[in-house]
Write a protein that binds this ligand. Sequence first.
Ligand code: ASP
Length: 453
Amino acid sequence: MKRTNIIDTPKKVGEKVILNGWVNARRDHGKFSFIDLRDRTGIIQIVTTEDLKPESVIEVVGKVKERPEGQNNDKLPTGKVEVEADKVTVLSKAKTLPFELDKDNISEELRMKYRYLDLRRPSMLNNLIERHKAIKFIRDFLDKEEFIEIETPILTKATPEGSRDFVVPSRLQKGSFYALPQSPQQYKQLLMVSGVEKYYQMARCFRDEDSRSDRLFGEFLQLDLEMSFVSREDVMELNERLLIDLIKTNFPKKKIQEIPFPKISYEEAMQKYKTDRPDLRKDKKDPDLMAFCWVIDWPFFEDDGGNGWTFTHNPFSAPKPEFMDDLLKKKNIKNIETSQYDVVLNGFEVGGGSIRNNTPEALKAVFEIMGYKEKEIEKSVGHMLEAFTYGAPPHGGIAWGFDRFLMTLLGGTNIREVFPFPKTSDGRDLMMGSPSKIEPKQLIELGLSVEEE
Ligand code: ASP
């Protein structure tokens, strides 16, 4: 006999089944007790005489029966039936857990230390399932649109993308370091030079910056994509369609406030809403209302706090076509607008992208405006400048902060709830105990020495 998923038990009234799962709760009734048995698909009531510890893993062999009159539980999909156990086998006995799974006010530190237990909660498991389904939807959608998913390296080179890099010491090239990618930005552009035309990747990105309730520490997931021979409108249209389709299919209860998504200029956003990521919801109390907008026409450069300029979004962006001349001549810098588009959902920036510079002259001009010397430009983007001399198609793309998007969609306010194994805000993995010291032998191999505090 094969194992039955708990959710399928109501279809098996009168039959003998084998169920596997965890003891969710126990209620003693003198001679026998009721236990709630939980597996990935649901919860069911078992009638047994065994004394079982909560959270132990068991196998139940028994008959599915209709519950006696008046004892149905309408809240459970299996609430009209129960299983009368003939045989219960304890497969793995549980100690008392460090916290109760059905309590809400448990410290996040404790939950993170025992993340594998925290993920036993049906609500957390549900987040993982929704995460999987959304990723699958995106992959299927982009596959139909003839995109190909290509993995890019995790061990790569520091990039001038604005955040702090995580670095990895090289053993073979002592004294040199890899950097983990802040995003696959340069690789995806180089793939356009390769002729891929339509690339995407569910890409891990690494940034050593402070976490917030809507920003994970250390690493996060992007839907990263890039297309050749497109305008800003083409990229926005594709992404808008994907967002709408995904929500309509996977989250049919959600209502999208306005389709097509309104497009707002940066200037208008700042004047009207005093923020560059306006929350346009007409009813902020409605948990199912999804108000998207695009924010466009951003300034390319801003004051770097000293006497120079820095980029506002992405140094690889092209200006809007009408500003290309100014960029190349490095004049009216303050007024140059970038082709950048951000997509905002309920006040959260959930994605952003741009059309890129695909000529060495234009890319170089961006770095010159930012005060880079010839040698520094060569060192940081020389390979891009060279690539653009061998036939680089016009191209553009976008990346979604997938975790933040999912958090907003699921109505949460803490991004760690939708990420399987997050770190604390001070960058620790409490379950694995990382970061951790390494052996002196490893340091020697790497040619490193560490200053003790
Ligand atoms: N690479 C950019 C980022 O990570 C997104 C993009 O412009 O495609 O924000």
